[in-house]
Design a protein around this ligand. Structure first.
Ligand SMILES: [Fe+2]
Length: 143
């Protein structure tokens, strides 16, 4: 469980920076709208990073806390440093969020089996948040 939680934490950190990268490098007529929305989303992830690390501590495990460790453990790919259109951003974010939701659901299942109620309840928040974002991004993509 400790490794799974740390992998989720590491992926949150990478996703946070990836969304900020897109916030900076988005190019196109919808810049203002998407630029602002990406900030909303990465601020949410930033809150989740702190929350998840503190919950890892609450159950007696050690959260990773260095960028080197995060990059080593994460399996979400970083974004390139180049201009990008919103269509490609949303496709990539959707792929990441689908993967993260799957990871969160697996952690929830395992937490329930181990009677880790704190972690199970925390995962409920992330299931809700990723599901909401996935739904919204799909609405944008299927324009
Ligand atoms: Fe900004």
């Amino acid at each position: 469980m400790e490794n799974r939680l740390n992998k989720l934490l590491a992926n949150y950190v990478v996703e946070y920076h990836k969304l900020q990268n897109y916030h900076w490098y988005i190019k196109g007529k919808d810049f203002f709208q998407v630029h602002a929305k990406l900030e909303d989303i990465y601020n949410g992830i930033n809150g989740a990073i702190d929350e998840l690390a503190e919950n890892i501590l609450m159950i007696g495990y050690k959260p990773l806390a260095s960028l080197k460790d995060f990059l080593e453990v994460a399996d979400i790919e970083e974004a390139k440093m180049e201009n990008i259109k919103s269509k490609h951003i949303f496709k990539e974010v959707l792929k990441d969020f689908d993967k993260l939701l799957k990871d969160v659901l697996e952690i929830k299942k395992q937490a329930d089996e181990q009677n880790l109620y704190l972690i199970s309840a925390l995962m409920d928040d992330y299931v809700k948040e990723f599901s909401k974002n996935i739904w919204m991004i799909n609405q944008v993509i299927e324009d």
